[in-house]
Design a protein around this ligand. Sequence first.
Ligand SMILES: NC(=O)c1ccc[n+]([C@@H]2O[C@H](COP(=O)([O-])OP(=O)(O)OC[C@H]3O[C@@H](n4cnc5c(N)ncnc54)[C@H](O)[C@@H]3O)[C@@H](O)[C@H]2O)c1
Length: 650
Amino acid sequence: SIRVGDRQKIHVNSDFTSEKKMVKICCIGAGYVGGPTMAVIALKCPSVEVAVVDISVPRITAWNSDQLPIYEPGLDDVVKQCRGKNLFFSTDVEKHVREADIVFVSVNTPTKTRGLGAGKAADLTYWESAARMIADVSVSDKIVVEKSTVPVKTAEAIEKILTHNSKGIKFQILSNPEFLAEGTAIEDLFKPDRVLIGGRETPEGFAAVKALKDIYSQWVPEERILTTNLWSAELSKLAANAFLAQRISSVNAMSALCEATGANVTEVSYAVGKDSRIGPKFLNSSVGFGGSCFQKDILNLVYICECNGLPEVAEYWKQVIKINDYQKTRFVNRIVSSMFNTVSNKKIAVLGFAFKKDTGDTRETPAIDVCKGLIGDKARISIYDPQVTEEQIQRDLTMNKFDWDHPLHLQPMSPTTVKQVSVAWDAYAATKDAHGICILTEWDEFKKLDYEKIFENMQKPAFVFDGRNVVDAEKLRKIGFIVYSIVDGVQLAGEAMDAVHQRASGFLSEIQEDAEIEFGFVSNDQKLGEERLVDVKHRRNQLVPWETRIKSISRNEEEPVNLNLGFLRNEQILVEEDIGSDEESASFLGHKCELESGDTEFVTECDKRNVEHLLITRKQSNDEGLGLLSAVPFTIGVKFYSSSVFSNKI
Ligand SMILES: NC(=O)c1ccc[n+]([C@@H]2O[C@H](COP(=O)([O-])OP(=O)(O)OC[C@H]3O[C@@H](n4cnc5c(N)ncnc54)[C@H](O)[C@@H]3O)[C@@H](O)[C@H]2O)c1
């Protein structure tokens, strides 16, 4: 085996393997880790008897049925080959623990929701109760293996619990963190990059390490089995997850900058990843990472740093979570602002709910935050995911933060449903009559959908917000969709642009005398193509490109029309200018605004960072201030110009 550093040799005389014929393993916790890991051990080690136990009766029933409780490519096959031979699933926790030589503990280690360290520290309730139970029921020596991800130094606490109650029975604690990734669990378990085993640096500790190594070495090459001290093994798992999540947050932070500057984040990450010191993997930008581990493990790491008097280090890792939250919020904001600043009562199809493809796991999936954000803005949501049930979706959307990671039987079974949410049986049903589509999981089937058909059945303009870089944006734009992709931001192709223009001008020509017209842009989102044109009275919004010129201001009566221009932020008027009437020119914020009769043009330019809306009001000559409207009907025509950046994009 490879030891980190030059350490003492491992003693070979193991009590657990060499002297007994059939090694008995029991794994407490039949979840995403316990189930697949033990199934693969059973498959690869026919001389080992493996029992997987859990307190959740429905979970164990499912493991013993044809409908396994988790979806994982290849898992069915492995379970079918071993179940009933040397692989058993049971709720008789105590019996199997009592009989086992090696007990893996793979129970939940969620984030604490209350008390000391709430919102950060790992909640070891389930781990501790498992340890107490092991101590209670054991009648022979055992190796206890930490399979769950735990804070560094957990083994010390577990040792205390076990030895204080042990009636003279000897326990050896090992840390053997699991590095599998959901969606590729079986592949990862068959060919792990490494297996990490940490143990006490005592003869008994080395013997225990050797016993566990003997199991893995039945299919894992020797050089991939690393042995370390207990604390290194425990910390390596937290560190690995923190590094992985950090890569995603780093590239997502870059995606925001790319959107602001016209760089393409796929091109940037490809170029960055070509550096062999950095490498290409895990550099896809997306709506954010999810899954049960990254957030919880990093929060745990942050807490450990704080407890060790390292606030700067804690802050450093906390930022990885903050960027992830920022990315999700940014995505929701993008949807709302692109759809004319409101999604109220609009149907939005959500394609994909699981935190990534090839799993039905929804723990901490970004879809939860994105859906909650849209629901908050009163959207109607129709969700389709090939592996997630309606019950699960409803539960996720009603559950409190961090409650999801508690054992299944402790989670609400029939939560109050969110009425604005429906679940569809396929992507076509979900998208029918929708105003927009959000792609939140990179399921392969979303690449192959008939988007022409989908487009036909949607409301227009039809939007696609691709949070996973799944669709061919150019192809969809040709169909007529307005596409926002994490990779290249908003790009409106010719036809889509025309459609927007037509609608915008149609809308404008409807505006009559009582109009107070506001058009402008969102100052905190620099991306092109999402400025809004808002009829204040009717709250009808329109999408207009960045640089907009008023083409003509004509009136139906001879009387001069005075127009006022106001610049707004946070509903406050920053500057108000009388831009005069026909045949006048006015200087406005240092820029010349020319108004000529007939084909009047003025170019609006202002400090984009400071202004949210440009407000144009018309007032009677005898009126003072904004908002008093003339009874004289008039129309404003708007001509759209593309800025240079914008034309580049098209
Ligand atoms: N999911 C992953 O990708 C992954 C990868 C590596 C490590 N981990 C770690 O592995 C651990 C388990 O994760 P998971 O995804 O398998 O969780 P999970 O929720 O799918 O499974 C945990 C199971 O433990 C059971 N359980 C809890 N307390 C118990 C007790 N006292 N006795 C018997 N059963 C009990 C629960 O009922 C549940 O079925 C966590 O610490 C996690 O951080 C997870």
